[in-house]
Every structure is written in C-alpha cells, then in structure tokens.
Design a protein around this ligand. Sequence first.
Ligand SMILES: [Zn+2]
Length: 300
Amino acid sequence: MGSIKVAVDAGHGYNTAGKRSPAFIKTVTHTYDGKKITVPAGSHFREHVANAGVANYLADYLNRLGFDVLRTGFDDDNGTNDTTDMSINKRQSLIRGYGCQYSMSCHFNAYTGEWNSANGIEALYDVSEKRVGDSKALAVAIQKRIQPVYGQKNRGAKTAKGLGMCNATGMGCVASVLMEYAFMDNRFEAENYFCNPESWYRYAVATAEGFVDYLTGGKPEKELTQAEATKKELTQAEATKKQALWLQIMLNKTLDAKLVVDGIWGTKTKKAVLQLYKKYDFGEANGNTVSLAAIKRLAR
Ligand SMILES: [Zn+2]
C-alpha cells in the first residue's frame, strides 16, 4: 500500500481572459524566499501566477509530509510559463486517472473585476449530494486553518454549485475542495496577499494543516501506542489508524523520515520513532509508544 494520493490544482491558465486584478494603483513589491514580485502601477496581476504560487508551496509541503502528490494546472515554474488553460475535463481525468483520494484547488476570488470592497477567505465544496462526498468536512477543517492566517473576513466553508474541481464523486475522490484565499479586485487584499509570495506560503502551510487535521483528527491528547492498533476492535482501530497517520506525517515533517503515509504502524514507523527518541533525548524507547513529550515535539 502506498501513501495517500492527493491532487493539488492551480486554477486557470496564465493568459486566461479576465482572470487578473484591476490595474494596480501604485507599484507593489514583495520579496520572500528568494522570490521578488513587482507589480508596476497600471499593470494587472494574473490569478494563475498567485494560484500556482500557493499550489507549488502546497504540493512541496504535502510531499515533505509524505503524501503522493499530483500537480494539475501548473508546472514547476510558479505558473509563469504556463500559457494554456488546462480544461476542467483534463484536470478531472488526470485526477481520476492517478487515483487521488483528495483534491484541493487553489484560487483567488473576484467580485466585479473593478476595485470594490468585497473581501475575505472561503473554502468551497459542492452543494449536490451526488458530487460532494466527504468534502464538507475537509472544507471546514481547511477554513479553520486558513482564515486565522491574516484574520481576513471569514466567508466560511461554503457550498458552490457546478464547479468542476468540487466534483469529488466525479473525480473518484473522497473529498474535493476549492479555496478562494483573497479577492484580487479588493485593493488591500490584492496589494497585500494576492501578489505576495509570503502569503502564498502561509496559505499553503495552513491548507496542508487543515488537510492533516481532517485526516487525523489533529494532535493526539494521550500517549500513542502501537499495540492498540492491532488488538482493539474496529472503531478503536480506526481511531488508532488516524493517530498512526498523524504520527507518520509528523515524523516525516520533523525527521524527514520519508515514511509512506498509510496509517500502518510497521517496522519503518517504529524505526523513525526510535530515531526521534534518540535525537531529542526522550529516554528509553521501543518504537511502540510515543509519549506526550514526544507528541508535543512532533506537533511543533
Ligand atoms: Zn479562480
């Protein structure tokens, strides 16, 4: 069994008509992580570049956590080389074909296309019973993490109608969501978040954290033990599998352990636990238990 498969999508093509900010009123520059973005006064910033900015960070981060990530709608170059708009059908068939269990599509919002006062952040899931799968729970978990990043207006986890990238069932996914991180036609959000690589990074990490919360139920409250996963009856084994998933994801993050994220606490996971205990001096270890102190370190 391999790692959980996840699709990360960047919406639209570089040249897709209309998918850009109004003309900037002043020149804005942001520098972060070796990237310098300048939007000169009078020019428009393209949605695809910002979407791909977030999507790149999100795909890289999920990779580091151990997920098997499929990228759709963007290349590795922050989207600036991507001149064609990949059709929704193409995106969907790639996601279905890869066998992704989850998909997340990164977008920025627009209201009128002229500067206006609409603002805020939201996570969308499909309104239709036939298409939604488990997407609502994923949208709620992601919204809970992305909204506090800048304290933007909380537009909530919301239903949407007919968006191709929210059609979980159609793509063979358990859950599919679409995030609208900020309004590109709101002057404050456009200048501060939309064209800012630091926001792209922060939105991406928060999105990944929401996804991990959804999958695992979040940081365990008690010491973790491997034995429970095999001995207890089904419901408890399910709960323990979620904890084992959390453990594997956090061992990957903390130690770069490169564990397959499958919720099976086997030999490799045990070895990584031993490595964790050794590295941070948590004392005697057998790889079958993870103390609260170790959980706290992993959760950092
Ligand atoms: Zn969009």
